[in-house]
Unconditional design. Sequence first.
Length: 92
Amino acid sequence: MKKAELIAAISEKGGYTKKEAENALNAVIETITSSLENGEKVAISGFGSFEVRDRAAKESINPATKEPVHVPAKKVPAFKAAKALKEIVDKK
């Protein structure tokens, strides 16, 4: 499902206009992004949680040249599904 399809589904299920649904979705995405940027964890009951995880620096190999490459440490966003969501997905 793409963003436009998600907006249409929100609009249909919630009885909102597509513009209202788009504004709501954009507000949720911006809020989650901003919270992660500030290092905060975002937990949505029954759905899951978003957090920032640290990735350690490592040595890797460039597959094209077979030369070693240093990959620096970085922070990455991560999502962990809630138990309820996992159970719903597993039923199908």
